[in-house]
Design a binder for this molecule. Sequence first.
Ligand SMILES: [Zn+2]
Length: 188
Amino acid sequence: MVNNYKYKEKVCDVCKRLLPREKFIINDKGWSRGAPCRECINKKAKEAYWLKGGREKAKERTKKKAVQREQEKQKKQIRERYCLDPNYRKKVLAKAKQEAPWQKTLKYIKSKCGKTKYNMNTKNFLTLKDLEYLWYRDLAMFMDRPSIDRIDLDGHFTFENCRYIELAENSRRTQKRICAKFDKPHFL
Ligand SMILES: [Zn+2]
């Protein structure tokens, strides 16, 4: 191994012993990585292992990881099938539409509030139940592309301020608002 250092020895930061370079972790360029010696690092790792719960916990962790890996595998299979098989895609989409589409709305709202340029001060007060109620009240299942709309465009996402309307109509309203705000002509 290359040793780039002028001095052949180094003091460990933890045990304060003067040790040869080989007792430290050295990278492939010959520079030692980190101030503690190998012994101290191993000791610390062992302590952490037992603090985390020792062998049994470690077994649990590996099991958990195995389950996660299996899930990832399944997800990958589904994804591949979804991309290749148009019939399967149709089926999945139909099922997703049947299963509580307002869940998607809530996800969308959460992704918007306080995160995008025009919604930095917008807050969400809607729950899943509210959205379900709105979905049936506005008969969103008969729309081509239902979307959540704020009646007062500068207001928050509250039960009173929200409704489901067609996406096209919604975008038109948003566009108008942005154009008015920045003094631009709008063409919609
Ligand atoms: Zn040491």
